[in-house]
Design a binder for this molecule. Structure first.
Ligand code: SF4
Length: 342
């Protein structure tokens, strides 16, 4: 990351109390996002991506508790009062939800929803400016001015999603968290939205956390990528570097599971992400990892820094280069195979 961070997350934990025990949905996550930077957050469903996004903004449901630091504008959002958080949400911190109808008021015309949002956060704007800014933002989303006075139920699902995104963007937030913003949309609208998000960061220096399971979107739209597994970040780096040469076995398996034009045989990672009430000891990926070694179930991997601001949590890259009793490590086996081929 070259720019100064807009947000710095350090050791963030988000736990939920349930009847069956405590769910450790986010378990010690640290990351930075700079001004005008797009960080992609990827991983399978149930790995804690959405909870991390909401945890950063302090938007957690009842029964959830967070610990750690989320530093924004010199202040820690963790432990901040709801009143102060509300003041920041909108003009500073924006969230695009997965489900459009949770954000749009079904009883209000689109025009009134934009007016209310802008008046609440930018009371100095004239009625003319409010209308101009609203129509401009909607126009970029492909919603014509003729539909400005309609109600949410008069739009298709895809259009509602675009209106909801426009509502988040109209305030030009400094930090925007977009949680699967294009999931229900066709590829044309998806491309349009990705272009708009790119414009936003170019024109307003917005820091964007893009949560998605679609690695194609990350390759196209993100500067860096963080890979999340079982409540933890397992690898982070420049998107091009991570995709070209994944350092963590989970990243490698995720990439192998992606369908592309070159796909000849469908691959899926055996098993499923673990229950986060009782996650596996040591490396949480070890029950599914094809490279697991003796050390993996017993010791949690420590952070290793590779070139180009890349970091990874895996014993394959660890200082100890964990070697199974009486054998060679997978990394050594790889090196031997390369030497033999040469
Ligand atoms: Fe696999 Fe071990 Fe690395 Fe975990 S630490 S990803 S189990 S090799």
């Amino acid at each position: 990351m070259t720019a100064a961070p807009v947000v710095s997350v350090r050791g963030l934990r988000v736990y939920y109390g349930t009847l069956r025990g405590t769910v450790r949905a986010v378990d010690g996550v640290s990351l930075d996002i700079g001004a005008g930077e797009v960080l992609g957050l990827v991983g399978e469903s149930g790995c804690g991506k959405s909870t991390l996004g909401r945890g950063i903004l302090g938007l957690l449901p009842d029964g959830a508790a967070s610990k750690g630091d989320v530093i924004y504008g010199g202040r820690n959002l963790v432990g901040m009062s709801e009143k102060d958080l509300r003041r920041l949400r909108g003009p500073d911190l924006g969230l695009i939800f997965q489900e459009p109808m949770t954000r749009l008021d079904p009883l209000m015309r689109i025009e009134d929803q934009f007016q209310e949002t802008l008046e609440q956060h930018e009371p100095g704007l004239s009625a003319r400016e409010v209308r101009k800014r609203s129509l401009e933002t909607l126009g970029r989303m492909g919603i014509p001015p003729t539909r400005f006075r309609q109600y949410p139920h008069e739009f298709s699902g895809g259009m509602r999603q675009r209106i909801m995104i426009a509502l988040a963007l109209v305030l030009r937030p400094k930090l925007l968290i977009a949680d699967e913003p294009t999931t229900s949309l066709d590829v044309i609208v998806e491309a349009q939205i990705l272009r708009i998000l790119a414009d936003l960061r170019r024109n307003f220096d917005t820091a964007l956390l893009l949560i998605t399971h679609n690695l194609g979107i990350v390759a196209e739209a993100c500067d860096r990528v963080a890979v999340m597994y079982a409540g933890k970040i397992v690898e982070e780096g420049l998107a091009g570097d991570v995709f070209a040469e994944p350092a963590h076995p989970y990243t490698r398996e995720l990439l192998r599971s992606t369908i592309s034009l070159d796909t000849k045989e469908l691959h899926s990672i055996p098993g499923a992400p673990p229950n986060l009430i009782t996650p596996p000891p040591g490396c949480r990926f070890h029950p599914r990892c094809p490279d697991a070694m003796a050390v993996c179930p017993t010791k949690e991997p420590v952070e290793q820094h590779l070139a180009h601001e890349r970091r990874v949590f895996c014993w394959l890259r660890g200082p100890e280069q964990a070697i199974p009793a009486g054998g060679t490590s997978p990394l050594e086996r790889e090196e031997i195979a390369v030497a033999e081929e040469a």
